[in-house]
Write a protein that binds this ligand. Structure first.
Ligand code: NAG
Ligand code: NAG
Ligand code: NAG
Length: 266
């Protein structure tokens, strides 16, 4: 999974350079950190926190299975966010209210990240308000807590909000390597009202699909509605390598009788 992630990233950057779409001129800012530094949560001496995520080095890519959001794709989970937990599972939120941007759409557009914005409009949906509101909330609550995205870590001359643009670009490209729906479907597990599943059926399908990693599943009662994929990070959130790990948390779903219901909108 890691190598396909790196490959996607390389493909993405070479496509961006050869693209003829004049609306897609995003040039990813670089952290200049590389990926040779310590893995987050594994440093044994003090580190440069622009280049090693600290203290939030346990990173969750969270996804929703929301059955009642208009226009939500029937054959994909959708993005919730990318959350930095401390290495012991505690976490901080709302770390820098001075960067609670209320113009995520405008930031992405003005910094030429229009293909990321298009993708977010399809796969990062709010079940209770506009998607822009969910993006603002995810940035303010979680994005502002990344040490590697502090403004002082950015290349000089970066436009205002460039670190938030980099955050959204990273969330999208990481999500694209985590096709939860497909991994379940590959094991014959598709949404249905006629059957329930055991937790071990679901986690073993997802472990097979992901190349051996166990996520944490979330349920509302018996209904499956959320998943968290866990990572440590080498380098910066801007352009580092996300290294998959097993979930240190157990799933909140019951061990059997789990419902994976079809989306109503589809
Ligand atoms: C890891 O780096 C942080 C930030 O420099 C530092 O505070 C912490 O003590 C380091 N951990 C160890 C075990 O040295
Ligand atoms: C977005 O808002 C920030 C302040 O919150 C401002 O500095 C920046 O110029 C705005 N950018 C755009 C493209 O609207
Ligand atoms: C966005 O593209 C325009 C050209 O259309 C360019 O002038 C500008 O520097 C680009 N901005 C960023 C942040 O890449």
């Amino acid at each position: 999974m890691l190598s396909s992630f790196v490959l996607l990233f390389l493909l993405g950057s070479s496509l961006a350079r050869t693209s003829v779409n004049p609306m897609d001129l995003f040039k990813r800012i670089s952290s200049s950190c590389g990926t040779a530094g310590p893995l987050s949560c594994h440093n044994t001496t003090a580190v440069n926190t622009c280049c090693t995520e600290y203290p939030g080095g346990l990173i969750l890519q969270t996804q929703f299975w929301d059955t009642d959001v208009a226009g939500s794709p029937a054959d994909s989970w959708t993005i919730h966010g990318l959350w930095p937990d401390n290495c012991d599972g505690t976490y901080t939120e709302d770390c820098d209210p001075s960067r609670d941007y209320t113009n995520i759409t405008a930031l992405l557009t003005s910094q030429n990240a229009t293909s990321t914005l298009d993708y977010m409009q399809q796969y990062w949906l709010n079940d209770d308000g506009t998607s822009e509101e969910l993006w603002e909330h995810e940035w303010a609550t979680h994005g502002t807590c990344y040490s590697t995205l502090e403004v002082s870590c950015l290349p000089s001359g970066s436009p205002a909000g460039a670190e938030a643009v980099a955050f959204f670009e990273t969330v999208v490209r990481l999500f694209q390597t985590l096709p939860t729906y497909t991994w379940l479907a590959d094991a014959g597990i598709t949404p249905t009202s006629d059957q329930t599943f055991t937790l071990s059926e679901l986690t073993s399908a997802l472990s097979t699909g992901s190349g051996g990693y166990t996520p944490a599943l979330g349920c509302d009662g018996s209904e499956l509605d959320e998943i968290s994929w866990y990572f440590n990070l080498r380098g910066s959130v801007i352009d580092g390598d996300f290294v998959p790990i097993n979930s240190p948390e157990s799933s909140s779903c019951p061990s059997s009788g789990i419902q994976y219901l079809p989306k109503q909108s589809s």
